[in-house]
Design a binder for this molecule. Structure first.
Ligand SMILES: [Zn+2]
Length: 172
């Protein structure tokens, strides 16, 4: 294989691997694989699992929200955005964010349409991998995930009010 792929979700360019694209995912297979490595690093460090895993999952999902969802309501995106809102605006710990996702229940027609912004942040999972697993640094990983999640959440600024009100309505 030669050349590179560009991730449709985050814009990350990586050497082409020849792996198959998963049409259900708005991500290149190389970007998705790199996220898998980042999660693997988290799983080897208890404090990262506890404090950063949920934030990383929500950041990845919000950054890779499918752009063309005229027919399909982007279900996972609402969970990811509520997660980022809880963690970054309200200081809710990762374990509680996970519990909140479960309390949100199933989406219905009353949930707002959350139109995807033109760009979903300039920080990517590559920055997290470079600072964390590639450098063998737990603190580098933690700091990079915080910066990554904050950049993704900032990119969604036009939807912050809708996400906050959905959070209030579902979680009280
Ligand atoms: Zn990507």
């Amino acid at each position: 294989m030669s050349g590179s792929t560009t991730c449709p979700g985050c814009g990350l360019e990586l050497p082409a691997s020849g792996w198959l694209w998963d049409p259900r995912r708005n991500a290149s297979p190389e970007c998705w694989r790199l996220f898998g490595e980042v999660q693997g690093f988290e799983l080897r460090h208890l404090e990262l699992v506890r404090d950063y895993h949920q934030l990383a999952v929500d950041a990845y999902q919000a950054q890779h929200a499918p752009r063309d969802h005229r027919e399909v309501r982007p279900i996972g995106v609402a969970y990811a955005l509520v997660g980022l809102h809880l963690a970054l605006d309200r200081g809710v710990p990762g374990v509680e964010v996970r519990a909140a996702h479960q309390r949100m229940g199933k989406p219905d027609a009353s949930w707002p349409r959350l139109e995807v912004p033109e760009r979903t942040g300039t920080v990517t999972v590559f920055d997290v991998a470079a600072a964390g697993t590639m450098a063998g640094s737990v603190s580098g990983h933690a700091e990079a995930v915080r910066g990554w999640a904050a950049a993704v959440w900032r990119a969604w600024a036009p939807r912050h009010a809708a996400v906050a009100s959905l959070t209030d309505r579902l979680l009280g």
